[in-house]
Design a protein around this ligand. Structure first.
Ligand SMILES: Nc1nc2c(c(=O)[nH]1)N[C@H]1C(S)=C(S)[C@@H](COP(=O)(O)O)O[C@H]1N2
Ligand SMILES: [Mo]
Length: 323
């Protein structure tokens, strides 16, 4: 049966509203026993830590120099807590997918760059990382479920990857896609979810200096549960925009439909910007719980990053900009 394992840092049920809950009944009816098999099991933190220590060909690049421009208004979330509280539906709908996600092989890992580009190409992750200069940045992360963390990411600006991709003038959006392998990722057998996970940004958003490709966190290569070997970090948007374990960047003319938008467009749209005054249809977005400390804080518009990004949305007042 579905057993809830709660630890000290977890948010009480009444405050945590899973992104997918509207589907749980349908999921139950469609998925039956297989959905039950995905019920959370307690992550074995030690085993996860040991697996994460396997050699990584880019390990000598870490820790990278911290970029002092990106500061926090709160302490960094303890790594142990962050490592054991994740959203990664490919490995199940609970927060305890850390152990299951270790099944993902992250080498070799090929990134495909295609669509409206001068020349479509494929590049191995280690070649890609070594073409970039990686740096550390401290970013806030605000999940649409009203919890937040503060993370030391390492990586490079998405703008650098776009320079490398050389998109054509006709490209308007970058569409990113996660790996697809239902044999490795049991969540991908849940056929009512729109696999593979996809997210998109306008090229203006993607070129903003905050849009970051994380290849590491907490001073070492990325852990699998965080979306190794490369994931997006767009801290002014709700967490679901920050797609994990990316295998493809496509430059396209049409606005891509993201995973959550495809699942439930009445709750999740394309822009997904953070705004405390616009509630999610099923709960308030006014405040957030800091995972690890239990502190509750008011949520800030654009998650506090308005100075960087508010200008991107001028003239789009008729769009649904907020989750
Ligand atoms: N491929 C993929 N990317 C994903 C998700 C997912 O389920 N699959 N979940 C998103 C959501 S809802 C959040 S809040 C963040 C969580 O990132 P974290 O586990 O590193 O905190 O990842 C985002 N990226
Ligand atoms: Mo999220």
């Amino acid at each position: 049966m579905h057993i809830i394992h709660r630890r000290g840092w977890e948010i009480p049920e009444r405050q945590a509203t899973p992104e997918h809950l509207a589907f749980s009944r349908r999921a139950f009816l469609v998925g039956g026993a297989s959905a039950m098999a995905l019920a959370p099991c307690a992550a074995n933190a030690q085993r996860v830590a040991d697996l994460a220590k396997l050699p990584d060909p880019t390990a000598n690049l870490y820790p990278a120099k911290r970029n002092p421009k990106f500061t926090l208004d709160r302490p960094i979330t303890a790594e142990k807590i962050n490592d054991n509280y994740n959203n990664f539906y490919e490995f199940g709908t609970s927060k305890y997918i850390a152990e299951a996600s270790q099944a993902l092989p992250i080498r070799p890992w090929t990134v495909k760059i295609d669509g409206m580009v001068e020349k479509p190409q494929e590049i191995g992750i280690d070649d890609l990382i070594r073409k970039m200069t990686i740096e550390e940045r401290l970013y806030r992360h605000r999940c649409v479920e009203a919890w937040s963390m503060a993370i030391a990411w390492t990586g490079f600006p998405l703008a650098k990857l776009i320079d490398f991709a050389r998109p054509l003038g006709s490209a308007k959006f970058v569409k990113m896609t996660t790996f697809m392998d239902a044999k490795l990722a049991p969540g991908q057998n849940m056929s009512w979810f729109p696999w593979p996970y996809v997210e998109g940004l306008t090229l203006a958003e993607a070129g903003n200096e905050l849009a970051f490709i994380a290849t590491g966190c907490y001073g070492h290569p990325l852990d699998k549960q965080h979306g190794a070997p490369l994931r997006l970090a767009v801290p002014w948007k709700y967490g679901f925009k920050s797609i994990k374990s990316i295998v493809r960047f496509s430059f396209v003319e049409q606005r891509p439909k993201g995973y959550w938008e495809a699942l439930q467009s009445s709750e999740y749209g394309f822009w997904a910007n953070v705004n405390p005054t616009v509630p999610h249809p099923r709960w308030s977005q006014a405040s957030e719980e800091l995972i690890g400390t239990g502190e509750r804080r008011p949520t800030l518009i654009f998650n506090g990053y308005g100075d960087y990004v508010a200008g991107l949305y001028k003239g789009l007042e008729n769009e649904r900009l907020w989750a």
